[in-house]
Design a protein around this ligand. Structure first.
Ligand SMILES: [Fe+2]
Ligand SMILES: [Fe+2]
Length: 397
């Protein structure tokens, strides 16, 4: 067996920990093991592959050495990213998504929040519901695939410690992510509209923000967020709640453009062709999400709101009319830009796609977004350990 092949000792289950970092990592993997046992015992409820198939695959030992450590690490980081996505999307679904039996636990939602979201597009609740389903399917598939190859899936349940919204419609559960203090990086807006700058070739270029969204909630925190004056139409929806919905609209696009870059970035270091197929098949669904949200966010109305709880102010522009090309809302097709080298003709591409440090870059971007405000240091240690392992993967050995 080559030393780069997966062995049962790659991810120690009971290694004694001597440092804080090791403590968190060990606990994460202990959680992984629990989840794995859970899957074995209960037939992989909801997973994309039947328990029988998984257990057969494992018991026959066909694939326990078929993936490199690097491929496993990439899949495990992506599983963690998908679990994080699922957690935040479920919070959006509970309050703003279509309420139906396909989504377990939804309870009527927040009808006025849904109405505010529908300023962006009448189908927003359905899109939120379906994006949620997609993310859950992503992590369940990746975890099931890891198990089928004799590798450990990822479980972040021990970090579901953040509070839920107290607004009517939200369940009272521990969460992985915090949607109530977001700083949304909207530079993706100009990055996909400016044709002569590519973050991979010109990493110091600063793409301007579409709107500046700092320390704002993207969901109603309590039912108090559902009331207030409505100076602009529609007058049945408070301007404060409109601003919350528009924050969500830009946040949806921010999250999904991250996935849009992450998959091709990591795919460049995958070794196994089937794992490559997984990344090349899931990644473009992130792009489908991004393109949808990118289109809808541009329908935000011009308004300013000062949050009555935090004092944080936000101003949304009308991006539909009288804007330069770098902001114009209907310019959602990726503008051709320089790719690989300035010597080539411009090409319409996903950007960035540099592979070096891509996983840690994603972890940093989600952290800067405010998603993990309130999380424990153990959470960050575990997330960074997963990212570092994925970034250490090298294609071709
Ligand atoms: Fe996803
Ligand atoms: Fe996604």
């Amino acid at each position: 067996m080559k030393n780069d092949e997966l062995t049962s000792t790659v991810l120690p289950e009971t290694t004694p920990s001597t440092t804080k970092k090791e403590d968190a990592t060990t606990r994460l993997w202990q959680g992984v093991v629990k989840r794995r046992s859970f899957l074995k015992g209960l037939g992989v409820a909801g997973a994309a592959v039947s328990a029988g198939a998984l257990l057969t695959s494992e018991s026959e030992g066909q694939s326990s050495t078929s993936l490199t450590k690097g491929d496993v690490a990439i899949l495990q980081f992506l599983s963690a990213a998908e679990i994080i996505e699922s957690d935040l999307w479920l919070q959006y679904t509970e309050l703003g998504g279509t309420q139906d039996s396909e989504e377990s636990g939804v309870n009527g939602g927040s009808p006025l929040y849904m109405q505010a979201l529908q300023i962006l597009d009448g189908d927003m609740p359905q899109y939120i519901h379906d994006n949620t389903d997609d993310e859950i399917s992503h992590f369940e598939f990746i975890n099931a695939y890891l198990i089928s190859k004799g590798a450990d899936p990822v479980n972040l349940d021990q970090f579901r410690t953040l509070p839920s919204s107290k607004a009517t419609g939200a369940r009272d559960l521990g969460r992985l992510t915090n949607l109530m203090n977001l700083t949304v990086d909207t530079s993706f807006w100009t990055r996909y509209r400016i044709g002569n700058e590519n973050p991979d070739l010109d990493p110091t270029f600063v793409f301007p923000q579409a709107d500046t969204i700092v320390n704002r909630t993207a969901i109603p925190r309590t039912d108090d967020d559902l009331v207030g004056p409505a100076k602009i139409a529609p007058h049945n929806i408070p301007d404060h709640l409109k601003a919350i919905a528009f924050t969500a609209g830009f946040h949806f696009a921010f999250i999904e453009q991250g996935g849009t870059s992450l998959y091709p970035s990591l795919a460049q270091r995958v070794r196994n062709v089937e794992v490559l197929r997984i990344l090349l098949s899931i990644g473009p669904t992130e792009t489908a999400h991004f393109q949808t949200w990118h289109d809808k966010a541009g329908n935000a109305l011009a308004l300013t709101d000062v949050d009555p709880v935090t004092g944080a102010s936000v101003t949304f522009k009308n991006l539909i009319t009288n804007q330069p090309e770098s902001l114009q809302s209907n310019l959602i097709m990726p503008e051709p830009t320089d790719f690989l080298s300035h010597k080539f003709p411009a090409c319409s591409i996903i950007r960035p796609t540099r592979t070096k440090g891509a996983a840690m870059g994603a972890a940093r971007a989600l952290t800067a977004d405010g998603l993990f405000i309130g999380q424990s240091s153990d959470f960050f240690t575990a997330l960074h350990a997963l990212a570092q392992a994925a970034d250490a993967a090298v294609r071709g050995f």
